[in-house]
Design a protein around this ligand. Sequence first.
Ligand SMILES: Nc1ncnc2c1ncn2[C@@H]1O[C@H](COP(=O)(O)OP(=O)(O)OP(=O)(O)O)[C@@H](O)[C@H]1O
Ligand SMILES: [Mg+2]
Length: 246
Amino acid sequence: MPDNEIILEIKNLSKVYDKEVLKIEQLSFRRGRIYGIIGPSGAGKSTFLRLVNLLEPPTTGDIYFKGEAMSMNGRAGTPVRREMTMVFQKPLLFKTSVSENVAYGLKARRFSKEEIKARVETLLEKVGLKELAGRYAGTLSGGEAQRVALARAVAFEPAFLLLDEPTANLDPSNVELIERLILDLNRDKGMTIIMVTHNIFQARRIAQEVIFLHEGRIVEMGDTEKIFSFPEDPRTRDFVEGRMIY
Ligand SMILES: Nc1ncnc2c1ncn2[C@@H]1O[C@H](COP(=O)(O)OP(=O)(O)OP(=O)(O)O)[C@@H](O)[C@H]1O
Ligand SMILES: [Mg+2]
């Protein structure tokens, strides 16, 4: 399939809980790119990812994956479930060992034993957790659990990866490790990635395009350098220059 193909398209999407927390008229994502979603706490970033990942139904609107409208029920959600995976802001691990966690999706997809072993080892090395392979996942620190969750999510090499604050609990050396893994997955596997982050510096380092969400709406979006160097909206300027409280 051609590069630059629109892989995900959003039309008239909204989500109402007690009040409307998300309203996006139109938004499209191209294959093989890294998108950063930034915005203050409560802006609707996690809600957006949950809707895209079909964890919750939108109140209005449609999401198209490769041109097909998705729904939470029936076959319309199947392609996306097969090709998309999400790493949550607060990851939940299975109550088994670290390596069993990472192997889970590979076993479900019937990869061979050798392939599973090789992938689990490589990934644990990449996220800096080789020594913890046999450890019971329930005993991990927050940052270790977050790295296991990422390794588990990418083990089967999904085409589309949704990351919700993937480095929120990590120290600088682990942030660097994880950022490198994200960039490698994009470059080597062509993975399309949407990364939600509070961290404007991280968005600038990693994303090719940035979407600034505020109070459930897109204030501004575009090439990362443009958003950071020449923001048009005063709210974007305040946010990227660190003046907006979040
Ligand atoms: N299940 C729910 N029921 C009611 N309100 C909800 C629910 N989930 C989210 N909200 C509200 O929707 C708004 C957006 O929440 P969301 O978690 O998407 O924000 P966020 O941008 O991810 O924030 P943060 O940076 O703090 O993670 C918030 O005001 C939140 O309280
Ligand atoms: Mg969130």
